[in-house]
Write a protein that binds this ligand. Structure first.
Ligand code: GDP
Length: 365
């Protein structure tokens, strides 16, 4: 499964947020075959469509899909030089598919800040720079390897060399790989380098308890928003301490607590959704009297692959899928009505599954 890593400088609220994630954790009875290690937190993906489908089918069981966050502790200045836990930190980031970068946007005299004062942009740049330096090293090593072949006009080497030089220039002006414009061909080449700064990123602005309702007077949040906007990255505003409290509540209590705070959706729920879509993930549903269930797939996947997410036999024996979009089903009220309205389609093995599709797979066993 794809996972998003939680990174940030010390004392910004990472552990608090990760605690909230594990406390909110997915109900393990629903996912008996999942084993997860202690620095992974598995949460259910909030989805109002699933609740609606559940009302429609009234099944014995309703099962949300899940998403995993990985706690990445221990960034320090100089990580790229292998100081302290540095190398380990970088190798952990290498293993995640996206980065949630937590930055401190709350003032609290009792909690020391590593660099003396709250300055989210400095914090962001400190970590980004470590990642850029590590990538610079990767790229320089590769240049050393392909340079000679490129000079001999080896076609692949020339193509690779060109991208490497482009990346190196960016890194030397402190720019991440994700900011470099690449052709499709070059994007493919770069994938092989496994760069840290190619990973999609979002910023998590951790604000004080009294600021969640209204962050307009929090200058730090605005700074983070401006910074993120330049990169085209998203910002999620949360109060990690409050999320930790919310995570202990059941659904009804949670709804009440949120309405008292005057917020519609918890910061953690917003973060889960944002990380999910940052990774290019989408949801299809299966629905019946026994069970209504949400499944995660990667956008662009075809019907047989999506069937394979449920069971490999479904992919091997795939015949076709009976499909209706969520909107069409809801608009018509029932499956029978949707079918009468011609909204239920039979799709074959080349069908690209869409977010919100309700799928019924037909397969040979
Ligand atoms: P980490 O080093 O990034 O994992 O940071 P921690 O989660 O351990 O948080 C460091 C300190 O900041 C702890 O004492 C937290 O209780 C506190 N903290 C975290 N989030 C908030 C917040 O939203 N508001 C305030 N006032 N303190 C917070």
């Amino acid at each position: 499964a794809l996972t998003a890593g939680i990174v940030g400088l010390p004392n910004v609220g990472k552990s608090t947020l990760f605690n909230a994630i594990t406390k909110a954790g997915a109900e393990s009875a629903n996912y008996p075959f999942c084993t997860i290690d202690p620095n992974v937190g598995m949460v259910e993906v909030p989805d109002l469509r699933l609740n609606k489908l559940s009302e429609l089918y009234n099944p014995k069981k309703t099962i949300p899909t899940t998403f995993e966050f990985t706690d990445i502790a221990g960034i320090v200045k100089g990580a790229s030089k292998g100081e302290g836990l540095g190398n380990k930190f970088l190798s952990h980031i290498r293993q995640v598919d996206a980065i949630c970068h937590v930055v401190r946007c709350f003032e609290d005299e009792n909690i020391t800040h590593v660099s003396g004062k709250v300055n989210p942009i400095d914090d962001i740049e400190t970590i980004n720079l470590e990642l850029i330096l590590a990538d610079l090293e990767t790229v320089e090593k590769r240049i050393g390897r392909v340079e000679k072949l490129a000079k001999q006009k080896d076609k692949d080497a020339v193509a690779e060399y060109e991208v490497l030089v482009k990346l190196k220039d960016a890194f030397e002006s402190d720019k991440p790989a994700r900011s470099v414009e690449l052709t499709d061909e070059q994007t493919k080449i770069v994938k092989g380098f496994q760069l840290l700064t190619s990973k999609p990123i979002l910023y998590v602005a951790n604000v004080g308890e009294d600021e969640v309702q209204d962050t307009s007077s929090n200058q730090y949040v605005q700074q983070v928003r401006d910074y993120a906007a330049q990169e085209g990255a998203e910002v999620i505003v949360i109060c990690a301490r409050i999320e930790e409290e919310i995570a202990e509540l059941d659904d009804d209590e949670k709804a009440m607590f949120l309405s008292e705070l005057g917020i519609e959706e918890s910061g953690l729920d917003q973060l889960i959704k944002a990380a999910y879509s940052l990774l290019g993930l989408a949801t299809y549903f299966t629905a019946g009297e026994q069970e209504v269930r949400a499944w995660t797939f990667k956008k662009g996947m075809k019907a047989p692959q999506c069937a394979g997410i449920i069971h490999t036999d479904f992919e091997k024996g795939f015949i076709r899928a009976e499909t209706v979009s969520y909107d069409d089903l809801i608009a018509n009220g029932t499956m029978v009505a949707a079918r009468e309205a011609g909204k239920v389609r039979l799709e074959g093995k080349d069908y690209i599954v869409q977010d919100g599709d309700i799928m019924h797979f037909r397969f040979n066993v």
